[in-house]
Design a protein. Structure first.
Length: 142
């Protein structure tokens, strides 16, 4: 199963406070462990929301909102994409993670939908389209 692992933002990360060298080294070693174990597919840290934008959808209408965004506890400061056996394995790997922030922090784990999750509602046309998309994704990953 694939999971998306979110490092939740803090006041420090939203202020753009960079981690100390020791934390960069510890996170680098942790990422190496994830890669060596065949768990990590990808991941990155994110710049503060002050450098981001949101696009709000309402029917055909689109509205762009410039950051920063309030509610720091709802923001993401970084992410990983992992391939794990199950949620228990993901939790065990998160528990091994160095604290990614200066003080208290949270990491959230969310399962990624797989195409098989949509089997009951998948039309042949949708299956064909998503098959093409998957092939193009594979080609770009090379």
């Amino acid at each position: 199963m694939r999971v998306l692992v979110f490092v939740k933002a803090t006041t420090d990360s939203e202020e753009g406070r960079l981690p100390p060298t020791e934390l960069l080294e510890a996170m680098g070693r942790y990422n190496e462990e994830l890669l060596d174990a065949g768990i990590m597919i990808g991941g990155e840290g994110l710049k503060p929301s002050s450098q981001g934008k949101r696009v709000v959808f309402d029917g055909a209408s689109r509205m762009v909102i410039d950051g920063p965004f309030s509610e720091t506890k709802e923001l993401v400061a970084g992410y990983w994409i992992w391939q794990v056996r199950d949620m228990d394995e993901a939790v065990e790997w998160v528990k091994r993670c160095p604290n990614p922030m200066f003080g208290p922090s949270e990491i959230e784990i969310r399962p990624v939908y797989e195409m098989s999750d949509f089997a009951e509602i998948m039309s042949p046309e949708a299956e064909e389209i998503h098959g093409r998309v998957a092939e193009k994704e594979k080609a770009l990953a090379k």
